[in-house]
Design a protein around this ligand. Structure first.
Ligand SMILES: [Zn+2]
Length: 701
């Protein structure tokens, strides 16, 4: 295949530099990656070998402009492998993981290039630079250091090997989880198996059966979270709940070719070696150097603040659940597969809120409009459908995004439905980051010619909602939609010069601030009453129901907090081990750790190590599952600024939020960015209050 036959290597002429999705085939990626890596090496050789002394533009800004074609191809590839994969794409993924990691190592271990970056880093205080330019030098320098630029030659060679092996192993880990999720299906046969399931769960189970080619009218429960959680919440069949629970929590833990136990163990062993090469005793110490928290002590302090309070809250909730069981004449030990079911019973009796009554008010299309409307009222954005643009799946919707002045600021793609070809969870990603440093015309790596170096962002949101006619969401689903949209806005509203500092490419424990912050607006009664309308009648959600919903929201927060925090504790513990050899039996390690901290019976974890994609599908959240809690301190404290102003859309607070948080990318030190928004450092109390952990009455009332 020549470059002329490969659509990935031809200019991408669609609006917003969108890739030619309709022509891209799995076999195009390997040669395209190879060509783009070659081109990137040439670009970097030119930067490193130039005769001119290093200056900001010829070295650091030039580095920021380099590798664009490779990054674009990689972003198409990883978006497809996450959202619309196939055995052929998975095979390519296994093949390219190591060469791409090796390329990265070669880039960051290029001695001539690093010498130039180093010289600028040393001189940065004396150079005439903008604050953003100085920040870019510091960021790029740190990227080099963290990737091994300062290691000796032998250590560098080993480091590169470790990174290649890690890339291959994390790819396998993710594919194993997807395999276990998409290969399982529990058939529900007859009325007895469907007992207790509301219409929307039955519809989703039929949809899942149809997607597996089963005859019309068949129902199956797969291991997609969007089916498992409602099934555990509503099914009256305790035996089936137990079956589904056991299958769900043992993903990745099966002897044979999809066993994640040896994979996770091998990843941990290599991470420990990676940390040691950097002179750290354990991986957590290494990973935390590039975060707001900085140390294990700081993370542990936050976990310690929350854990005992969450344990108290969960015992209060258990008492309520046991009361409900007693009232129903059920004499059983509350097991992990029972908790959601009985919590739902309490919700229905105590708060008179049941999902089946609520969901007709949360139709997906209206909830998307609600998110758009909030972005409009806060930041002046408007969203116009562009159905003619090329996308990778018929479910994907494209919107052109305009600012208050009518100028286009970016493109937003939303892919909302669960599929067997999509990984579980919800996430934001990009096909192009906003920046004003695009290569000039004629340079390698550019696609549609940018005007004045400006490139507008192309941002994606993925959710995993069960498709229905119509698609009705729970309030939790809507919160997920708003969460990812908050990340999306962080990408779309980015207003920076350099690509490396754009959008969500901030420190890991800052990145959940814009997303979690945005969840607050769907908790505003005025927003709910404006947008949550019955899908058949168009009637707004009754005020009394909103009050009951919001009152019910704190119930079972102890359960959620314990599950989350326990997973964060295990993550930190397993990445804090100083030994070169990880525990022989990771599942036993997990069990022992949880027993030591007193995980209560019948609760379970958000994620067990054997399928913990945050930790093992990449290094993004390794030793960093705590970041949601860390950011929650910021978002709870930050949202209080609107509460104090007396208006959830207060224009002055919204302007500060835009300037300091949503638009600033990584151009500001995150602590300083937050203080500039809030006028002070954050306090932890608003987070504890939000979770119902400050006030015992709030949970049981
Ligand atoms: Zn998030």
């Amino acid at each position: 295949m020549t470059a002329q036959d490969n659509p990935l290597l031809q200019p991408w002429t669609a609006p917003f530099g969108l890739p030619p999705f309709e022509r891209v085939r799995p076999e195009h990626f390997e040669p395209a990656f190879a060509a783009a890596m070659r081109e990137n090496r040439e670009e970097l050789r030119a930067i490193g070998e130039q005769a001119d002394a290093p200056d900001f533009d010829n070295t650091v800004a030039a580095f920021d402009r380099s590798g664009r074609r490779l990054a674009r191809i990689a972003s198409v590839f990883y978006n497809l492998t996450a959202s619309e994969t196939s055995p052929a794409l998975q095979a390519v993924q296994r093949q390219v993981a190591a060469p791409l990691a090796a390329h990265d190592s070669a880039v960051y271990m290029d001695a001539r290039l690093f010498a130039r970056v180093q010289a600028l880093h040393e001189a940065r205080e004396r150079l005439a630079l903008t604050a953003e330019q100085r920040r870019l030098i510091e960021r790029v320098h740190l990227d080099f250091v963290l990737a091994g630029a300062q290691l000796g030659p032998a250590a560098q060679a080993r480091y590169a090997q470790v990174m290649e092996e890690l890339a291959a192993l994390t790819t396998r880990f993710a594919q194993n989880v997807l395999h276990d999720e998409s290969s399982y299906a529990l058939p529900l046969e007859g009325a007895a198996d469907l007992a207790g399931l509301p219409d929307f769960v039955r519809a989703a189970a039929r949809q899942a059966a149809a997607a597996r080619g089963l005859p019309e009218g068949a129902h199956v429960i797969t291991l997609a979270r969007s089916l498992v959680v409602p099934f555990l919440t509503f099914s009256q069949r305790r035996d089936l709940r137990e079956q589904v629970w056991r299958a769900w929590t043992s993903r990745g833990e099966h002897a044979g070719e999809h066993d994640n136990r040896p994979v996770a163990r091998a990843i941990l062993k290599l991470r420990n070696e990676q940390a040691r090469l950097h002179g750290h005793a354990c991986y957590a110490d290494f990973a935390l150097t590039d975060t707001m928290a900085r140390t294990r002590g700081a993370v542990q302090q936050l976990l310690d603040e929350v854990w005992p309070r969450a344990l108290q809250a969960v015992e209060r909730e258990r008492a309520a659940l046991q009361q409900a069981m007693a009232a129903a004449g059920v004499d059983q030990t509350l097991e992990a597969w029972d908790w959601r079911y009985w919590a739902e019973q309490v919700r229905v009796t105590r708060y008179a809120v049941d999902d089946a009554e609520v969901k007709p008010y949360f139709e997906l299309g209206r909830m998307v409009q609600a998110a758009f409307d909030c972005a409009g009222r806060l930041f002046g954005l408007s969203f116009t459908p562009r159905p003619e643009l090329p996308v990778y799946h018929p479910d994907v919707k494209a919107y052109e995004v305009r600012g208050a002045d009518g100028r286009t600021v970016g493109l937003f793609l939303q892919d909302n439905f669960a599929r067997a070809s999509k990984r579980s969870g919800a996430w934001m990603s990009s096909l192009r980051w906003q920046n004003r440093n695009a290569p000039p015309a004629g340079d390698a790596g550019r696609n549609a010619p940018p005007a004045g170096g400006i490139e507008l962002p192309v941002i994606l949101n993925n959710n995993n909602f069960a498709k229905g006619e119509p698609t009705l969401l729970s309030l939790d689903d809507v919160r997920t939609l708003f969460h990812e949209f908050g990340h999306g806005l962080h990408g779309l509203l980015s207003d920076v010069s350099y690509e490396r500092l754009s959008g969500t490419q901030v420190l890991r424990d800052f990145v959940e601030l814009p997303s979690q912050m945005f969840e607050h607006w769907i908790g505003e009664p005025a927003v709910l009453e404006r947008h949550a309308r019955h899908w058949q009648t168009g009637e707004p959600i009754p005020h009394a129901l909103v009050e009951r919903l919001l009152a019910a929201r704190r119930f079972n927060q102890g359960y959620e907090t314990v599950r989350y925090t326990a997973s964060a504790i295990v993550d930190l513990a397993v990445h804090s081990l100083p030994d070169a050899e990880p525990p022989a039996d990771l599942c036993a390690f997990e069990t022992e750790k949880l027993a030591a901290v007193g995980l209560p019976h019948g609760v379970g974890l958000n994620h067990r190590l054997v399928h913990f994609q945050h930790l093992f599908s990449s290094s993004g959240y390794a030793a960093a599952y705590y970041v949601y809690l860390w950011a929650e301190v910021l978002d709870a404290d930050g949202y209080d600024a609107f509460t104090e102003a007396g208006d959830p859309f207060d224009p002055a607070v919204a302007r500060a939020l835009l300037r300091c948080i949503y638009a600033s990318g990584n151009t500001l030190e995150p602590g300083a960015a937050y203080a500039a928004f809030r006028g002070r450092a954050p306090t932890v109390e608003p987070m504890l209050r939000k979770k119902g952990l400050l006030d015992a009455e709030a949970v049981t009332a």
